[in-house]
Design a protein around this ligand. Structure first.
Ligand code: HEM
Length: 291
């Protein structure tokens, strides 16, 4: 279990991105970013907003989140709950979307397959609307399997939460044989897990959405303890389907209406952080597609 590390005592001062063996190599990571002026202003806005958010407000949010109280039933009970949703939802989605667009700028064949999948919906929408843009609604993208595969493949290689952390409740022995003691902290490198040959095969470092599809074109079943990006078990992310729905509509509308091109001369490197973003931002050029 090379992707798991045990920590006894207080938390390490810096929660860096651990690199565990070959599969944990962060040298392969790229992503995050800023979109320059284009019609996809929601992306520009989200990252820009983060950059310009006043320090006091950020501190207030962090302070509020740390004061979350739980009731007898373990449920978060006070007025700070909205902040939890804000923190859990915004950064994860914006980080993922920028990785998605970075990957798509490198993979024209993946873009073509996305457009083929969108084409029947886009044709019927274009016929009933005079607008030059086609904007996809959540219901319309729900059944799009390839689009979901693109999203999962991005999340596999670039999980927004690269490290998952657990505290041991009682002394136990893990399936691997490791003994754990009550109070121990266990770090699981979700980033490394997404790049392990044992889990994903010898093309584990390649960006290949097809790996998520079965022979009949349906989505392949992958257990959540293998694809740990949204966590697993009772504490699995409750916002998973909302996140997938939002991201699918953004990707569909952007990729249908625009050609996405990576601006030359950028050094694409991950930023060691609890959210896997790009170190220096990502600059893409969006050109309106000629159809
Ligand atoms: C790409 C998008 C997202 C990813 C990868 C993600 C991932 C995760 C993970 C790994 C956890 C478990 C954290 C832990 O217990 O250690 C979590 C928890 C949570 N997520 Fe998400 N999340 C995403 C989007 C969202 C969205 C959009 C929402 C809200 C609409 C949301 C709401 C929450 C909440 C409230 C929790 C805490 C649940 C609890 O404590 O039981 N997440 N998420």
């Amino acid at each position: 279990m090379c992707y798991v590390s045990l920590w006894r005592g207080p938390w390490p001062p810096i929660l860096g991105l651990a690199s565990h063996g070959r599969s944990g190599c962060l040298g392969h990571g790229h992503g995050g970013g800023i979109f320059p002026a284009c019609d996809a202003n929601f992306l520009l806005e989200t990252d820009e907003a983060a950059k310009h958010r006043p320090r006091e407000k950020a501190q207030h949010i962090a302070h509020s989140a740390s004061k979350v109280r739980r009731g007898d039933d373990g449920q978060v009970e006070d007025q700070h709950m909205p902040y939890c949703y804000f923190l859990a939802a915004r950064d994860t989605i914006t980080a993922t979307l920028t990785w998605v667009f970075y990957n798509l700028s490198q993979k024209p064949n993946v873009v073509s397959t996305i457009r083929n999948e969108l084409s029947p919906i886009a044709s019927s929408k274009a016929a009933s609307s005079a607008s030059a843009m086609v904007i996809f609604e959540p219901e319309e993208t729900k059944s799009l399997v390839y689009l979901r595969a693109v999203l999962y493949e991005t999340l596999r290689l670039y999980p927004p939460g690269p490290i998952e952390c657990k505290t041991v409740a009682t002394d136990d022995i893990m399936p691997s044989g490791h003994k754990v003691r009550s109070g121990d902290t266990i770090f699981i490198s979700v980033h490394s897990m997404g790049r392990m040959e044992d889990l994903w095969g010898n093309d584990c470092l390649n960006y290949n959405p097809e790996r998520w599809l079965s022979d009949n074109g349906n989505l392949r079943y992958v257990p959540s303890h293998k694809f740990l990006v949204f966590n697993s078990g009772p504490k699995i992310c409750p916002g998973k389907e909302i996140a997938v729905m939002q991201m699918k509509t953004v990707i569909a509308s952007t990729m249908w209406n625009f050609d996405v091109e990576l601006m030359k001369g950028q050094s694409i490197q991950p930023k060691p952080s609890c959210i896997l973003k790009i170190k220096n931002g990502l600059i893409l050029k969006l050109k309106k597609r000629q159809m």
